[in-house]
Write a protein that binds this ligand. Structure first.
Ligand SMILES: [Zn+2]
Length: 63
C-alpha cells in the first residue's frame, strides 16, 4: 500500500486542503525517513497526505 505524499509550500497558514478544499485542518501522521521522522498532514475529508516540511524530533534514542 503506497500512499502518495503531496509536497506543498507553507504560506501564512496551512489549513485548507489543496485537493478538496476542506477547511478545518488536518490529522497528523509520522513516517520514518532515515534519521528523520517526517511529520505529515492528512486531510480528514479526502485522505490525501501533505508534506509541508515539518519534522518531528524524538529526544533520546533507546540505545
Ligand atoms: Zn482534502
Amino acid at each position: 500500500m503506497t500512499q502518495k505524499i503531496i509536497t506543498v509550500k507553507m504560506k501564512e497558514e496551512f489549513r485548507t486542503c489543496p485537493t478538496c478544499g476542506y477547511r478545518d485542518g488536518f490529522h497528523s501522521m509520522f513516517r520514518q525517513d532515515g534519521d528523520t521522522t517526517k511529520w505529515l498532514l492528512i486531510c480528514p475529508s479526502c485522505h490525501d497526505a501533505f508534506d509541508i516540511g515539518l519534522t518531528a524530533n524524538r529526544n533520546g534514542s533507546s540505545e
